[in-house]
Design a protein around this ligand. Structure first.
Ligand code: NAD
Length: 487
């Protein structure tokens, strides 16, 4: 891959913008510079929003659903046709293993366009007739209109997947978008501009402005009066700032935020499956998955065996660069490494039993500048310690024993977050009973991250607002308008 600077993509063309500012995109694998990135400020955001507004009133706004769907199919095919380029770019930015990104990030990035094209094609207009209370007959029907210009603010952990999870349904519903990818991972969002052009997407429908959050592209975009709605994935604290920006002008928001997700392992589980599932949920993507597990509750009779087997699993993980056949890469940045190592130090200070890990692995000279941390397991901390309360977003978990069902439900729910949970038991009644009482947007029974894109996705409590996925995405990306015809 070349070291060409990453530009903004506005009105169908790459541009350096006028701010003249650039920042460096750093590899988390070894600390080397991947490339420069142009930073967008007010003028770039203005240009992107203006292009998006013009496209709404231009050919895109006038297309039939079939025409839009055909282009979205071409976008999905275009990503797949350039699969290796997307894979290379995503792994350069994130350092994640190629085996992971080729299995999840890139195929799902493409699928997000097909799935939502199909949803929009197959969702009928809603119509109903009812005798009106005063006896006048009326036919009511509702049409779904695009919301307008959607600001998409995306994070770095699954850059292409999470960005297209929003851009796919937004475009399927006839909106136009301005995307602000994470400053850590601009490459695939930028590359998608080329695919959009190749697919015949009209200029201005998909726009990208690079930069940071506060006093940079992110804040200017969310404050821009030409933006009609904002969809955001990232930290809860950032979500709060964006909600405040959205309040001005009464813009709609969709928020996919942080989590502190529990796994509940009952003594009657299939132990092999539980170990395999919890291993993945804690360590995949170096623990940087919003749905990942950081609190594990294990029923006392199997506690020691579970801890010992998870330790063996963690110690068997192979850390390495994307091409090394590794199953765990680095964290996203040195800054994030500092945050995670801060929690590792805090756990020790609070008296945690460090079952495994807790430090920085020796990766050799070539990778010593990377953001590496050891996979880590603790036991012995109280439920109210910071390790059990705050989202760490690293390859680590705390395992606690429990004695009965009511107790573990109470402890699992004792958090400000409510994104995801998993329950491991072979007792079907217990599985349903417990699942119904866990306060999280998603609960898996005997699995984790098993996704059907038609299902509602989102968090409870401070983990989010709104649901996206399948027809649920229509609630956010369209506005329902009722039309009443007197008969
Ligand atoms: P982040 O909140 O730091 O950044 C996310 C995006 O917001 C970035 O593009 C950033 O530049 C931008 N941003 C920052 N401040 C802003 C501001 N004031 N105005 C506008 N934009 C601003 O999150 P991150 O560190 O990139 O991602 C990790 C977080 O995302 C974790 O908390 C994780 O749980 C969460 N996450 C949630 C989901 C979900 O579906 N619920 C999915 C993935 C990640």
């Amino acid at each position: 891959m070349s070291k060409k600077a990453v530009m903004h993509f506005i009105n169908g063309a790459y541009t350096a913008g006028t701010s003249g500012k650039v920042f460096q995109n750093i590899s988390p694998v070894d600390g080397s510079v991947i490339c420069d990135v142009h930073e967008g400020l007010k003028p770039e955001v203005d240009a992107a929003v203006t292009a998006a507004q013009a496209a709404l009133n231009g050919p895109w706004g006038k297309m039939t659903t079939d025409e839009r769907v055909a282009i979205l199919y071409k976008v999905a095919d275009g990503i797949n046709a350039r699969f290796d380029e997307f894979l290379e770019a995503e792994c350069r930015d994130t350092g994640k293993p190629k085996s992971l990104a080729s299995h999840i990030d890139i195929p799902r990035g493409a699928a997000n366009f097909k799935v939502f094209a199909d949803v929009i094609k197959n969702t009928p207009t809603e119509a109903f007739t009812m005798p009106t209370p005063d006896g006048t007959g009326a036919l009511n029907y509702a049409i779904r209109a695009p919301k307008g210009v959607i600001a998409v603010i995306s994070p770095w952990n699954l850059p292409l997947l999470l960005m297209t999870w929003k851009v796919g349904p937004a475009l399927a519903c006839g909106n136009t978008v301005v995307v602000k990818p994470s400053e850590e991972t601009p490459l695939t969002t930028s590359l998608l501009g080329e695919v959009m052009n190749e697919a015949g997407m009209p200029p201005g429908v998909y726009n990208v402005v690079n930069g940071f959050g506060p006093e940079s592209a992110g804040a200017y975009l969310t404050q821009h009066p030409g933006v009609d709605a904002i969809t955001f994935t990232g930290e809860t604290s950032t979500g709060t700032a964006i909600m405040q920006a959205a309040a001005v002008g009464m813009r709609d928001i969709s928020m996919e935020l942080g989590g502190k997700n529990p796994a509940i392992v009952f003594a009657d589980c299939d132990m092999d499956k539980a170990i395999e599932g919890v291993m993945r949920s804690v360590f995949v993507n170096c623990g940087q998955v919003c749905l990942g597990t950081e609190r594990v509750y294990v029923e006392r009779p199997i506690f020691d065996e579970f801890v010992s087997r998870l330790k063996t699993g963690a110690e068997g993980l192979k850390l390495g660069a994307p091409d090394d056949g590794a199953n765990m890469g680095p964290l996203i940045s040195k800054e994030h490494q500092g945050k995670v190592l801060g929690y590792y130090a805090l756990a020790k200070k609070l008296g945690a039993n460090v079952v495994t890990g807790g430090g920085v692995p020796d990766m050799g000279d070539a990778l010593s500048g990377g953001a590496w941390v050891e996979p880590t397991i603790w036991t012995g901390l109280d439920d109210d310690s910071a390790i059990m309360r705050e989202e760490i977003f690293g390859p680590c978990c705390h395992i606690s024993p429990f004695d009965d069902e009511d107790e573990v439900i109470r402890r699992a729910n004792d958090t400000v977050y409510g994104l995801a949970s998993s329950i491991w038991t072979e007792n079907l009644s217990r599985a349903h009973r417990v699942a119904g009482q866990i306060e999280s947007g998603l609960t898996w029974v005997n699995s984790w991250f098993l996704r059907d894109l038609r299902t509602p996705f989102g968090g409870s409590k401070q983990s989010g607002i709104g649901r996206e996925g399948g027809v649920h995405s229509l609630e956010f990306y369209t506005e329902m308008r009722n039309i009443c015809v007197k008969l």
